[in-house]
Design a protein around this ligand. Structure first.
Ligand SMILES: Cc1cc2nc3c(=O)[nH]c(=O)nc-3n(C[C@H](O)[C@H](O)[C@H](O)COP(=O)(O)O)c2cc1C
Length: 317
């Protein structure tokens, strides 16, 4: 048992990050059924669709699971109401200030975790009364911090600022990566990109294929004037780059982005016009696998790496 497994009552301190168009009930329940914590990604669900996924989740697993709520969500009041009505027990909030909703969620008996990408937000999390923090570094897929702080630096920084349970995210997709994050002071890890490429992920097969094919330098933090997001360098990304070079304003970029770009790319498989969110760790993801295999490999490598540190002379000088 460590603080993260205890907080959520799970076997392994591995959280599957909430991911738009990837983490429906199939992925989240597979992760929970294999000893981690699965999260439904409410960011791409209309309120009634979320209710449907919650109800399917309740049937698919008797293990703990949660819901990720990006706080920028337009109908957030409705979404929160559903979490209360359906008696959801664990909520991970992201992309916003935890001050507004944490109190209400906690009053309704939920464990609340907030995702941050810089040290400044640590105090806001503590003041809001969250139970744990996810610190997400520059390497991560999806929306990201403007500061571009890498996971290696961020985890140590936030560990200095708070004694709350800390979950590291960004660039973790192997057992060795997990052990490194825990060595830096994290109590657990949140993994996105690897699970986006799992069999159970609801992403389009073309998107999964694209993750496998994405190599070194294949992603970049983009749309920094708007809301920074790490994207695969496809034709849409190049359009954004060109517009930024020509001095596009936030409003111009908003127009270029339009609505439904992430759905187009991740869910509908349009690799040209879609917004393809993935992390740098895509370089190390070479195959689409079932969650069970991904979890087994992560844990095997984690345990082997721990042994290696104890036994290998490379670590002794
Ligand atoms: C396709 C995709 C969609 C994502 N959508 C969300 C989201 O809706 N809400 C959120 O808090 N984080 C989102 N993330 C971030 C993940 O939850 C997770 O923190 C991140 O992927 C961890 O870094 P990694 O990709 O290096 O594993 C997304 C990531 C990816 C790859």
């Amino acid at each position: 048992m460590n603080r993260v497994t205890e907080l959520f009552n799970i076997k392994y301190p591995i959280v599957q990050g909430g991911m738009v168009w990837c983490s429906g009930w199939k992925l989240a329940s597979a992760v929970s059924n294999n000893g981690g914590l699965g999260l439904l990604g409410a960011g791409s669900m209309r309120p009634e669709i979320l209710r449907e996924h919650i109800q399917k989740m309740q049937k698919a697993t008797d293990k703990p699971w949660g819901v990720n709520v990006p706080l920028l969500y337009p109908d957030i009041d409705q979404l929160i109401q559903i979490l209360i009505e359906e008696k959801v027990k664990i909520v991970f909030t992201s992309a916003g200030n935890p001050a507004k909703w944490t109190g209400l969620l906690k009053e309704n008996g939920m464990t609340v975790v907030h995702v941050i990408a810089n040290g400044r937000f640590t105090k806001k999390c503590e003041d809001a009364g969250v139970d744990a923090i996810v610190a997400e570094g520059f390497e991560a897929g999806g929306h990201n911090g403007r500061e571009e702080t890498t996971t290696l630096t961020l985890i140590q920084h936030i560990r200095q600022l708070t004694s709350l349970p800390l979950i590291a995210a960004g660039g973790i997709g192997t057992g060795k990566g997990m052990l490194t994050a825990m060595t830096l002071g994290a109590d657990g890890v949140q993994i996105g990109s690897l699970f986006a490429a799992s069999e159970e992920s609801s992403a389009h097969s073309e998107f999964k294929k694209c993750i496998i094919e994405t190599g070194e330098g294949g992603t970049q933090l983009s749309l920094k004037k708007l809301a920074p997001v790490r994207l695969i360098k496809n034709a849409f990304f190049e359009q954004v780059q060109k517009a930024e070079l020509e001095g596009a304003s936030a409003l111009d970029l908003q127009k270029l982005l339009g609505k439904g770009r992430a759905k187009k790319g991740i869910f509908e498989g349009d690799m040209i016009e879609g917004e393809l969110e993935i992390g740098q760790i895509a370089t190390l993801i070479n195959e689409v696998k079932p969650v069970k295999e991904q979890m087994t490999e992560l844990l095997k490598e984690y345990n082997e790496a721990k042994q290696e540190i104890a036994n290998n002379t490379r670590f002794q000088f």
